[in-house]
Design a protein around this ligand. Structure first.
Ligand code: CUA
Length: 318
């Protein structure tokens, strides 16, 4: 779990916060211990044999051929070690990755270079995924362009998001908190800035969040109304949606860019590259390419006044 600042760098499979992640961690530790013991044994035997049977002046080496006991022992021992690893592995697979027997609770769509999250209720968000604690959830993974890989190590296993080939994983959080993940498959120039934030809340708090996502954006104040007009009349609305203001819609329709309906409630911009502050949002809007080179948001040549209006509008989208 993540506390305090710098949270986007804390990414560890050694602090599991779900039964699924705990099973994977235990398997890793057990396999490491078994393989470590084998390594120590083999290395020690090599040293003993090299020292004890080294060439000595005047002593003719004795060649020993065939020793049934030894041969049986070094055949059986690896079989037992591998059998133990097989049992541990299938147990971990059963705990972390059982067959999926129901419709997904969340559908994640990987895009260059951000994550879209859709809930069966119709709620849609980007990059910051909310879930209820204490419930094993089915995540369906899709891709809109190339192969990405969804990985939140503290909560579950890693899985590719491949175009045209949906996959599923189980994800769960024992405790409320913020968990960080990342794209784990090279997917283009901004692969490194495809961070995932999973916010796990107690079920009532999650339900309130989900209901709120379905509401349209806050009505723009007088100060933000210029920004609202710019959003509708400039290029923004071609790719981004704001509930109540417009944009590409439909539950399964194409979404080219993050839904901004409740943008002000998110902690980061650009899938984690910037903290969501008015100053950062202004530099992002003015020149997205200088912030996140190669991203699919063009520079729309905003004036200072237009940038300020859009920032006032977006930072009030709650
Ligand atoms: Cu998406 Cu790497």
């Amino acid at each position: 779990m993540v506390t305090g600042g710098g949270f986007l760098t804390a990414l560890s499979p050694f602090t599991p916060h779900s039964p699924q992640a705990a099973a994977i961690e235990s398997l890793f530790i057990a396999a490491l211990a078994i393989c470590g013991a084998v390594f120590v044994l083999v290395a020690a035997l090599i040293v003993v044999v090299a020292v004890r049977f080294r060439a000595r002046a005047g002593v003719d080496p004795v060649q020993v051929e065939g020793n049934s006991r030894l041969e049986v022992a070094w055949t059986i021992a690896p079989v037992l070690v591998l059998a133990a690893l097989l049992v541990l592995t299938t147990r971990a697979m059963d705990a972390s990755d059982p067959p999926v027997d129901r419709a997904p609770d969340v559908t994640i769509i990987g895009h260059q270079w951000w994550w879209e999250a859709r809930y069966p209720s119709g709620a849609v968000t980007a990059n910051e995924i909310h879930i209820p604690t204490g419930k094993a959830l089915v995540f369906r993974l899709e891709s809109a362009d190339v192969t990405h890989d969804f990985w939140v190590p503290e909560l579950g296993r890693k899985m590719d998001a491949t175009p045209g080939h949906p996959t599923t994983i189980w994800l769960e959080a024992d405790d409320a908190g913020t968990y960080v993940g990342t794209c784990a498959e090279y997917c283009g120039v901004q692969h490194a800035w495809m961070r995932i934030v999973v916010v796990a809340d107690p079920p009532e708090k999650f339900a309130a969040w989900e209901r709120h996502q379905l509401e349209p954006a806050a009505r723009p104040s007088a100060a933000a109304s210029d920004g609202a007009t710019l959003f509708r009349t400039m290029a923004c609305i071609g790719c981004h949606r704001i509930g109540g203001a417009g944009g590409p819609s439909g539950a399964d329709g194409p979404r080219f860019a993050p839904d901004l309906t409740h943008l002000a409630e998110r902690a980061t911009l650009g899938a984690g590259i910037l903290a969501n502050t008015p100053k950062n949002l202004a530099s992002w809007l003015k020149d997205p390419q200088s912030v996140k080179t190669g991203c699919h948001m063009p520079n729309t040549q905003l004036t200072e006044a237009q940038t300020a209006s859009l920032v006032a509008y977006f930072e009030a989208l709650r």
